[in-house]
Design a protein around this ligand. Structure first.
Ligand SMILES: [Zn+2]
Length: 248
């Protein structure tokens, strides 16, 4: 996909007590960055974006009447769910693929990536959350990701949907209960990833900092690569959220 903007906001005036974000929504590289030196077929892989995550985020925005903020820039340009001092913020390699265009950046080039893409996207997330806090609303922060079924040569990941959390599990625990009641669904709890405030950026910044409930969700990409799976898994999550009773 070609790059158009640092972010897109779907349904900005949505009335639900939910704010959806998708940090890895896009595999687009801005014209100003030029060529990362990554083969076109590799730009379609999970290393460049979260496959299937954008349609799921859009579907949930529609189902709940919630706003969704979609990042517009590939994680290979800058990873919007990493802290600014994280060595993988602008990755030199990802899952075995070298990113030549990320080597030897000047301080000005690095600053441009942070200011133009990372900060602009997160400022949009901050605005949407702040508008709701200003109305004394306490939205659920819903962070949508997808994961590959195999990473760095590791074993097969059995989890079709997984919730990543830290010790604050106010929303995670009831939604896990609801997910586990569904037949024929392999559910992960902090597998393969937990939500680590020292490594993750979005949930700590936009939810934990305000004491908001959050859900950080990983869908396995082979389940959500096509439209049918995107619809099915978006509705699985929507139903689990509704059944859990966490929405006020
Ligand atoms: Zn992701």
């Amino acid at each position: 996909m070609s790059w158009t903007a640092p972010f897109d906001i779907v349904n900005p005036t949505g009335k639900a007590g939910i704010v959806i974000v998708c940090d890895h929504a896009s595999n687009a590289v801005p014209q100003a960055i030029g060529d990362l030196g990554v083969a076109p077929q590799d730009m379609q892989r999970h290393i460049a974006w979260d496959i299937g995550a954008t349609p799921i985020a859009r579907r949930l925005a529609e189902a709940f009447d919630a706003p969704a903020i979609l990042c517009g820039t590939s994680r290979l340009v800058i990873d919007c769910n990493r802290k600014l001092d994280d060595p993988t913020l602008i990755p030199l390699t990802s899952d075995g693929t070298v990113i030549p265009g990320n080597a030897g950046l000047t301080p000005a080039q690095r600053r441009h990536r942070i200011d133009a893409y990372f900060t602009t996207y997160h400022d949009a997330c901050r605005r949407v959350v702040a508008e709701r806090l200003a109305k004394a609303e306490r939205p659920l922060f819903l962070s949508i990701h997808s994961m590959t079924d195999r990473m760095n040569g590791g074993g097969h990941r059995p989890w079709e949907i997984s919730l990543s959390s830290n010790e604050d599990r106010r929303a995670t625990d009831p939604v896990l209960v609801a997910l586990r009641r569904m037949p024929d669904l392999v559910v992960g709890d902090n597998e393969p990833y937990d939500m680590d405030p020292r490594a993750d950026y979005s949930t700590p910044e936009h939810a934990l900092a305000h004491g908001l409930d959050y859900l950080q969700v990983e869908f396995r990409q082979d389940r959500v690569a096509a439209a049918e799976g995107q619809e099915r898994f978006a509705m699985i999550l929507a139903r689990a959220i509704r059944d859990s009773g966490i929405l006020r």
